[in-house]
Design a protein around this ligand. Structure first.
Ligand SMILES: N[C@@H](CCC(=O)N[C@@H](CS)C(=O)NCC(=O)O)C(=O)O
Length: 172
């Protein structure tokens, strides 16, 4: 029990930017929420005058998200998810089936290191709904959109959806 009398004291702190614009922040945040872990959310304002000094207090890498677990600092969304999965039993894990596991790891790695044209030309903004034509974007972005669609379709066909996305707890 902690000093406040809570059975589950909050030890984890997640430093993030704006969840609407920062998909990197959102992915770590969703992972912690989906894992059912209590954490304190520290929100920094991206691209403001104070941003460089604000983020420097938490990470020399100068990017969000950053996870603080006591005196341990983990930066980078994928590293955060790996750390949490290995450290906190019950957090969301990789699929147990070997084929699904290999597939999931490859998809996560592809997502993490790729799709640069999509990131550049279609920055995240969950609040707006805009009808755009594929031809508005570069051929690199169009190819990457096609790749994402194929990946999602393939995932659903091979492993099924079974309400996975619908089961996300709403806490935004
Ligand atoms: N590969 C990193 C990317 C992190 C990243 O680029 N974060 C952006 C959030 S939009 C950021 O902090 N940008 C601030 C800057 O570039 O100064 C991760 O997965 O955490």
């Amino acid at each position: 029990m902690d000093a406040a009398g809570s059975e589950n004291p909050v030890v984890l702190k997640l430093v993030i930017g704006n969840k609407n614009y920062s998909s990197w922040s959102l992915r770590a945040w969703l992972y912690l929420v989906q894992s059912g872990l209590a954490f304190e959310e520290i929100r920094l304002r991206l691209f403001t005058e104070t941003w460089p000094t604000d983020i420097a207090r938490y990470s020399p890498a100068g990017r969000v998200p950053v996870l603080l677990d006591g005196n341990i600092t983990v930066w980078d969304s994928l590293a955060i998810m790996e750390y949490v999965r290995e450290t906190y039993p019950g957090s969301v894990g990789w699929p147990r089936d070997l084929a699904a596991y290999a597939y999931a790891r490859a998809v996560a790695a592809e997502m993490h290191s790729g799709f640069l044209a999509v990131r550049e030309e279609l920055p995240q903004n969950i609040r707006i709904c805009q009808k755009r034509s594929r031809t508005d974007f570069s051929s690199a972005a169009q190819q990457q959109i096609l790749r994402i669609e194929t990946l999602w379709q393939d995932c659903y066909q091979r492993f099924g959806g079974r309400g996975y996305l619908a089961s996300f707890r709403s806490r935004m």
